[in-house]
Design a protein around this ligand. Structure first.
Ligand SMILES: [Zn+2]
Length: 417
């Protein structure tokens, strides 16, 4: 049986580096065998078994899919149970795969360090912004995970830290340490062509918060839902798996599963904008095309979906960080007509959700950008199907990634083209 072994935890003030090794036959799935996380606080007093949680929660999916046992010296008692429970859900979701690998450890650890306070994963996207606004009175700490070179826009960090009030940023290579091309080639039929979306991001991002929860003695972690229960395919962030993830005496709560994506705009973000005359920046884009100083590329399918969803709510997309001109809606129409947009089933679900919510009285709606209402009328009359309107053959993968570089024997995250 193949294996993955977590060997070493190294600390550099606010940086943790977790080194692992694995069987030769599964080396192809890893670009790097070191997981790097840089927090914005000193980690010296955080025990190693907490500092390995970010690595374990991003490696474990590879172990499960390749039937590799995981060897680790110390593991949190609650986390071990949680991972075994999540493995059972994966086993049901991916029926043709074995999922028989186990976690072998030397010592079980447990310290009930959670006291109070909420950590909320925050990316600046529509889902996490809605959850953040809905829970604004809880004054939770927003945890921003920066895992790719286009990074998180400084305004999102500013909104979290200064406008919302509490924020912490972690930079990491959890996206780029994996060879996504190889994983998607071998397991893409199970993951809708996307390892990150299909199996990794929920557990992986939650796991990144473990050292933060120890540092702040938090009790609960919020992760915003992607879908509501009308989405029937398996997905890498779902209440059935996210809510099982835990360590110490903490709990994870998959938030706002009772709201669809359009509902989040209609019932949470729009009332907030009206009440506060403030437009929270929305950073929805994860396209290659997005540049570091932009919120969104305003060209990809994900950006287009959000522009359309905002227009349906009579909200001006430009005020949320989209570059929209009088050509944009013509272009969106043409992209749909010519199957230019790449979309996974999850992406199609968001489009379909917007499509269902187009009001009947389009002519009476507010139009901020010429062409909006003509587009909405055309879109509302469309017999809108996944196979007819989305290119599902060219999967977006291998987005630019971080790389670990050593400067004076200290690791750093760099981006080399
Ligand atoms: Zn985009």
């Amino acid at each position: 049986m193949t294996y993955i072994q977590i060997n070493k935890v190294e600390k550099f003030e606010n940086i943790v580096l977790i080194k692992f090794s694995c069987s030769d036959s599964i080396k192809k799935y890893f670009n790097e065998k070191e997981i790097f996380v840089e927090y914005d606080f000193n980690i010296d007093l955080i025990p190693d078994y907490i500092l390995t949680i970010p690595a374990l929660s991003n490696i474990i999916q590879v172990a499960w899919f390749t039937n590799s046992n995981v060897y680790i010296k110390d593991i949190d008692h609650t986390l071990l149970k949680a991972l075994n429970n999540i493995r059972e859900i994966f086993k049901k979701n991916f029926k043709n795969l074995d999922f028989s690998s186990i976690i072998q450890y030397e010592n079980l650890k447990y310290e009930a360090f959670g006291e109070n306070g909420i950590i909320q994963l925050f990316s600046g996207g529509l889902d996490s912004t809605a959850t953040c606004i809905k829970n604004i009175k809880t004054k939770s700490t927003l945890a921003i995970i920066d895992f790719e070179p286009a990074g998180i826009h400084k305004d999102i960090i500013n909104w979290a830290k200064n406008i919302y009030g509490n924020g912490t940023v972690a930079r990491t290579n959890i996206y780029s340490f994996l060879n996504r091309k190889k994983l998607d080639n071998d397991f893409g039929t199970y993951t809708d062509g996307s390892w990150w979306g299909g199996v990794q991001h929920g557990m992986g991002l939650i796991g990144l918060t473990a050292p933060i929860t120890y540092h702040l003695k938090s009790k609960i972690i919020y992760i915003a839902s992607t879908h509501d229960d009308t989405f029937k395919d398996s997905w890498g962030s779902d209440p059935k798996t996210d809510n099982l993830m835990c360590w110490s005496n903490l709990k994870v709560s998959h938030q706002d599963y009772n709201f669809s994506r359009q509902d989040k705009l209609k019932k949470i973000i729009k009332p907030y904008v009206i009440e506060n005359s403030f437009y929270p920046p929305l950073l929805v884009c994860n396209s290659y095309a997005r540049k570091k100083n932009e919120y969104n590329c305003s060209k990809c399918a994900k950006c287009a979906q959000c522009i359309v969803a905002l227009a349906i709510e009579e909200l001006d997309p430009r005020k949320f960080g989209f570059n929209v001109t009088n050509k944009t809606f013509l272009w969106i129409k043409e992209s749909l007509d010519t199957l230019t947009y790449f979309g996974r089933k999850s992406d199609f679900w968001t489009w379909q959700n917007a499509h269902k919510n187009i009001p009947k009285n389009v002519d009476d709606m507010k139009e901020f950008i010429p062409g909006t209402l003509t587009f909405l009328k055309w879109f509302s009359e469309l017999n809108f199907k996944y196979d007819d309107y989305f290119n599902n053959t060219t999967v977006m993968r291998d987005r630019p990634g971080y790389k670990i570089k050593y400067v004076d024997s200290k690791p750093e995250l760099t981006y080399e083209k």
